[in-house]
Design a protein around this ligand. Sequence first.
Ligand code: F6R
Length: 365
Amino acid sequence: DKANYRHFMAKEIHEQPEVVGHTLARYVDMATERVTMPVKLPFDFKNIQRVSITACGTASYAGFVAKYWLERLARLPVELDVASEFRYREAPLRKGDLAVFISQSGETADTLAALRYAKAQGAYTLSVVNVPTSTIARESEVVLPTLAGPEIGVASTKAFTCQLMVLASLAVAAGKARGELSDADEAKLVHSLVEIPRLMSEALTTEPHIEKLAREISKSRDVLYLGRGTSYPLALEGALKLKEISYIHAEGYAAGELKHGPIALIDEHMPVVVIAPYDKVFEKTVSNMQEVAARGGKIILMTDARGAAEATIQSLVTIVMPDMGATFAPMVYAVPVQLLAYHTAVVMGTDVDQPRNLAKSVTVE
Ligand code: F6R
């Protein structure tokens, strides 16, 4: 049931404050300001030396954000692979390593094969899944559910942000267990997590602005997405979302990689979406934007009020996002990224919920 929405994708984008809130409620105890895993973990994070994260597509970008979180908050080294590579590259996992799998459907063939491989190597297996009865859930030692509810649109939206919520909570739990975070740090991070659903609702109010922008984007042949830090995986996600539903060619890059190649593509016909909350690396991203502007590139900047004030660049469309701490910003910035892909596809007149050549669940390799 699409409720009053034109597409399931629109409904699912708008549901995010609610379902991310449900997921949050399962992973944090608001009264004590502590993270609480819904199941007892069969390992102690103190003894984990290495984590591998494996998934496909959008789920792998959630994993990519989690790599930044686990490394920063828990000082845990993380390797990230797409499942189709992981399953064949014979990664040397050790007994006692933690292998994390992320899958909305829980049926993705490559992710399942990667899980079986990790199990055979003696790693602890933990999966973040949206379908609790799925094969991946059944075969994993630990299952951390996302409470996104059924996702019907082929392009993943609410499952992605719920995955991020689970992984953020896991990273805080890991940081706490490893002594990298104090009680006060944990309380502060939990506070930030609790704010996320409200911030996502605020982010949804950028929609009319984005609808207008989508008309411009729909005229482009190619779109570039740039981000640094946790905004880098989000740039990858933005490009994937746009290409899969609007069929406009898009690429995501780490902002710092611009001058190592993609800058050659920049001209007045190439919109560049820059995802840049005001954070420690913001100034660096501004200099990348200057490089784009100097070559006539059209910049679409997604940032907060502070970032908008500091980025003094011409030829700029700015999507102003709510003020928030930078750590968990990807959950909130996912919203305008999804809306931009959605509205561009609507302008193009494509089949948003059933894009050509794509299946919701990829059960063959
Ligand atoms: C993109 C998308 C896909 C899935 C990928 C993994 O919008 O939906 O990239 O994320 O096929 O699917 P799951 O999460 O079911 O393993």
